[in-house]
Design a binder for this molecule. Structure first.
Ligand SMILES: [Zn+2]
Length: 340
């Protein structure tokens, strides 16, 4: 029987630094395995942790310094400067606010410096830290909010990059303690989903990091009470930044729409279910996968006049195992092919 390769097998292959070409030629890749393979190849994940002698926090200072000044990390530092410029130009950061990280090895990450405007950073301003926040390279001091980013990277192994900033309309929701409504614009449903709010804690404290990290297996973008927003991406820093554009545009649009005096129109549960199907094929997590249609559009604060016909208990709905479903599908296809 042909070998069926799951997304988990693909991740293990990359973790071991093996080449996907080494898979049997007739192996069957599940749809999510194909997506994960494309995603990892796009990231150049093989270069993140090369099989031979990868750089870690335990490498010698000379090795760390050489890696920190390598062409690959220089390119990533330039990307951080570019994202910083975009954050500043869009007024998502103020003063020296906002910060970013990129995972560049098993237990090391690049991050932005403290006390520097994100709109005017230079590649040489960036810092290298281990996942406990200890600085390993760079002349400027690392961001004071690093612990939150590192807790996200530790809790969410798929996270490659994180962005934190203070976009005004999104932050207004975080100040009011109102979760942005759902079911109004496709972009946010597919690329982000329901945005939740982590309770306020003093910025930079481990407690703040923990409260956000507790949410990142179900959410790629989280509002931070009385503070701002943070996002993570399995792809790259630009993708994490895009989530901020999507979130802020959405919050601004819904806020303006709510001033117009007409009831806000929303997707039907069936329309939302269609968007969630697209999202599942893209491999983006969402706590609503597996909910019944009647349970999907619940947000009483911002859904005036919308009532679900059936009251569900989303927290009791068992989450489906997408991986198992994909495997069953692949095996079924194989059996059908053999019967022909
Ligand atoms: Zn902040």
């Amino acid at each position: 029987m042909k070998q069926v390769i799951s997304a988990r097998d693909i991740e293990e292959l990359f973790r071991q630094g093996r080449d996907p070409q080494s898979l049997p030629a007739d192996a069957i890749l599940t749809p999510s395995a194909r997506d994960r393979l494309r995603e990892l190849e796009r990231n150049g994940a093989r270069q993140v942790a090369p099989a031979a002698n990868p750089v870690t926090s335990k490498s010698s200072p000379a090795e760390l310094e050489a890696y920190f000044h390598s062409p690959r990390l220089h390119a990533l530092k330039e990307q951080m400067c570019e994202m910083g410029r975009r954050l500043w130009q869009r007024a998502y950061v103020d003063g020296n606010g906002g910060n970013m990280t990129i995972r560049v090895g098993d237990d090391i990450a690049l991050c932005t410096p403290t006390l520097v405007s994100k709109g005017f950073m230079k590649p040489e301003d960036m810092c290298l830290v281990d996942l406990e926040g200890k600085q390993l390279a760079g002349t400027k001091k690392r961001t004071s909010e690093i612990l939150m980013h590192l807790q996200i990277l530790k809790r969410q192994p798929r996270a490659v990059a994180t962005v934190h900033c203070h976009p005004p309309h999104a932050t207004a929701y975080a100040v009011a303690g109102v979760e942005p409504p759902t079911c109004m614009i496709p972009e946010i449903e597919v690329f982000i989903g329901k945005v939740t709010i982590a309770p306020y804690r003093t910025p930079g404290t481990p407690e703040m990091g923990k409260l956000v990290a507790d949410l990142v297996d179900q959410h790629n973008t989280v509002l931070m009470g009385n503070h701002g927003a943070v996002s993570w991406s399995p792809e790259n820093i630009e993708d994490a930044y895009f989530k901020m554009e999507i979130l802020e545009a959405y919050c601004r649009t819904v806020w303006v729409a709510s001033q117009l005096g007409a009831p806000l129109k929303t997707f039907t549960p069936t329309q939302l279910q269609d968007l969630l199907k697209i999202k599942q094929t893209l491999g983006i997590p969402d706590p609503r996968f597996g909910l019944k249609e009647c349970e999907l559009c619940d947000n009483p604060e911002w859904r005036p006049g919308v009532a679900c016909a059936v009251t569900g208990r989303p927290d009791q709905a068992p989450a489906p195992d997408a991986e198992a479903e994909a495997l069953v599908q692949a095996i079924t296809n194989q059996i059908m092919a053999q019967l022909k």
